[in-house]
Design a protein around this ligand. Structure first.
Ligand code: BGO
Length: 266
């Protein structure tokens, strides 16, 4: 079984990789780039863990992010470990939502809890896992705390009730249309492909061109833009706003800010 380790840069991903794995299966570079690729064997021996470069978004703006998107488009793997910085939930959850949309089981390792506490933030783990629909395990990637629980959660868990962001009737209709366009041709989630396409993900556009034909896909995209323009928006803006609203709802339920520290942060 292959498991992908994904998260924003500087969230403790390398530290977590080292705690979760006991030995290497492979160390080299990602194909075509001089970015290190590491595959380790879980200490419980139940799976391999692939360390992916840190990424803020799946819409590749950097070589690191392009490696992540190409991996999601091309490689066979079973599950995702998403390391999330508890002190920067607002930013980190935007990536989490995109990983959940990919529709493979996701387990979250919630790191930097000490930093969050220092900022006066308390995270309600139960609320977070209820809203995201996937296991959330508090860890200290630096000290290795919680890593065994996380490894067991990842290797044993298969989640089926992941959060589904409602993007509104118009976009949801286009997601359905994409399903009929690609369902016979790929195992990738039509929902994820449509949303990444709308966001301008060039790797996904190229992939869809080869899957479903350039004319069909370009026309599909033009029709979505025209429909969004009718309501005075860009389609990518609609996607971003829907995700941002969900993140704000999650924060309202799962993050408590202690009064005395509010002034320091604003
Ligand atoms: C240095 N809490 C805190 N406070 N720090 C953590 C935690 C945690 O839970 N987990 C990891 N870190 P990477 P990416 C460092 O290296 O694993 C720290 O980029 C330093 N180094 O120790 O590299 C971790 O792979 C000198 O910090 O993350 C590391 O995602 C002074 O977060 C940093 C201070 O971890 C990034 C920190 C010489």
């Amino acid at each position: 079984m292959e498991i992908a380790l994904l998260g924003n840069p500087n969230t403790g991903k390398t530290s977590l990789f080292n705690h979760l794995t006991g030995s290497y299966e492979y160390v080299g570079n990602w194909s075509g780039v001089t970015i290190e690729k590491k595959v380790g064997v879980f200490k419980n021996k139940k799976a391999n863990l692939v360390d992916l470069p840190g990424a803020y978004s799946l819409n590749p703006l950097s070589a690191d992010e392009a490696v992540v998107t190409e991996y999601l488009l091309q490689d066979e793997f079973e599950k995702i470990v998403n390391i999330v910085d508890a002190s920067q939930l607002r930013r980190n959850l935007l990536l989490t939502l995109q990983l959940i949309e990919y529709e493979k089981p996701v387990v979250i390792g919630l790191n930097m809890m000490d930093v969050a506490t220092g900022y006066g933030k308390k995270i309600k783990i139960e609320a977070l896992l209820n809203m995201l629909g996937c296991p959330v395990v508090a860890i200290s990637a630096r000290k290795g705390e919680g890593c065994t629980v996380l490894a067991d959660a990842v290797t044993n868990h298969t989640n089926t009730s992941l959060l589904k962001v409602d993007y509104g009737k118009m976009i949801e209709q286009y997601i359905c249309e994409m399903s009929s366009l690609v369902n016979q041709k790929t195992n990738l989630s039509a929902r994820w492909l449509t949303l990444q396409l709308i966001e301008g993900n060039a790797s996904v556009l190229k992939h869809l061109h080869s899957l479903a034909g350039k004319m069909e896909v370009d026309d599909f995209l033009k029709r979505i833009e025209a429909a969004a323009n009718k309501i005075g928006k860009e389609a990518a803006q609609l996607v971003f706003e829907a995700r941002r609203n969900v993140v704000e709802d999650i924060l309202a339920s799962a993050e408590i800010m202690e009064e005395m520290n509010k002034e320091v942060l604003t």
